[in-house]
Write a protein that binds this ligand. Structure first.
Ligand code: KG4
Ligand code: ZN
Length: 337
């Protein structure tokens, strides 16, 4: 079954075709980052309009890349939530209209399920069961995964998501949007020994997270240390803070993952979502899992952040298991839990 997948939950328009044993046949991505950059974050109404502009050309480009026509597609999947309501509606409307016109089964996919299963698109996919750490702009969750659709939440963030903390901290340091990659590259130049930021909630039992305090800690450190600084000295301070912040997030995530692996006895950890693109996090997780005799799996870098491939794949899994939305009416679920 060749499944056309459509992702429009936030600021990336993603379209892909996934074919089961045939793997990923094509994928196209259009990022709106430049459109939102001047506003320092995603502007929902601009996002919806841009998805509408880009969807049809991207679907055409994806079919062309796969050297396929509409007759080669047997199913359609789209992100039904969580995400921005207008942005989700853009993708859902196009997906449902195509499915009705082409008389194909269609399924609305949970965005985080797309992220969670994304490492299965790689050549050496993880085998079920596994523990997954989902770290994106909207979520930080540890999940025990028995199989497709069988998920047990082990822990989650009680306030900001890890990606959100990166974005807000980057804003404080005036690094622009999106914050994750900006902090990561500035941290490269930072001195790891200058500041030590707290590791929130690691001294408490359990697998929940809290990242909002780190943002406040960054703000007070910045206020305290930056008085009278400018030029090179200010740039150095920001780099040292970026490094201390990144180290604190990476360390906290690593400690909780180790705990989750010990608690569940699992030997397989999956990392997914935008923050899983962070190199220092990947390196640290590999070391940590190595010590436990376990192994960490990641999606390739471009499939950590939002993309159509993960939605085509998750949709394929669902459609292949016989699931489909059969009624004509549809809705999106911006706060799908
Ligand atoms: O999964 P994603 O593309 O969108 C959501 O579903 O939220 O994740 C985006 C998040 C943003 O917060 C971004 O700052 C963060 O992932 N991110 C990173 C890196 N690349 C993206 N955070 C840390 N290091 C990175 N290299
Ligand atoms: Zn995402």
């Amino acid at each position: 079954m060749n499944v056309l997948g459509i992702e429009t939950s936030c600021d990336e328009t993603g379209v892909a075709i996934y074919a089961g044993d045939g793997g990923l046949l094509a994928h196209q991505l259009y990022s709106q980052v430049a459109l939102h950059a001047e506003f320092g974050g995603v502007v929902p109404e601009l996002a919806s309009r841009d998805h509408l502009r880009k969807l049809v050309p991207l679907i055409r480009a994806t079919l062309e890349q796969a050297q396929m026509g509409q007759e080669d597609i047997q199913g359609i999947a789209y992100t039904a939530g969580p995400g921005l309501a207008g942005a989700l509606l853009a993708g859902a409307s196009v997906a449902r209209s195509l499915a009705w016109t082409w008389k194909l089964p269609v399924v609305g996919v949970h965005h985080m399920e797309g992220h969670l299963l994304a490492p299965m698109l790689e050549d050496h996919p993880p085998a079920f069961p596994f523990v997954a750490l989902l770290v994106s702009g909207g979520h930080t969750m540890l999940v025990r995964v028995e199989g497709v659709g069988s998920y047990q939440l082990l822990g989650e963030s009680l306030d900001d998501a890890a990606g959100e903390a990166f974005d807000k901290t980057a804003k404080l340091l005036e690094l622009g949007y999106p914050g994750g990659p900006a902090i990561a590259s500035l941290a490269e130049k930072g001195d790891p020994g200058r500041f030590r930021f707290p590791r929130p909630m690691v001294d408490r039992p359990g697998l929940d997270f809290s990242f909002s305090g780190l943002k406040t800690y960054t703000l007070t450190t910045m206020q305290k240390e930056s008085a009278g600084l400018e030029g090179e000295a200010l740039a150095r301070l920001k780099a040292d803070i970026a490094r201390a912040f990144e180290d604190a997030v990476v360390d906290t995530l690593a400690i909780k993952c180790r705990r989750a692996m010990e608690q569940t006895g699992s030997g397989t950890l999956v990392l997914a979502g935008g923050v899983a693109a962070n190199q220092r996090l990947r390196q640290r997780m590999d070391e940590e899992m190595g010590r436990l005799g376990a192994r960490a799996y990641y999606p390739r870098l471009e499939f950590c952040t939002d993309n159509g491939a993960m939605i085509a794949h998750a949709g394929w899994q669902r459609l292949n298991a016989g699931e489909a939305n059969r009624e004509l009416a549809f809705h999106v679920n911006p706060r799908w839990s």
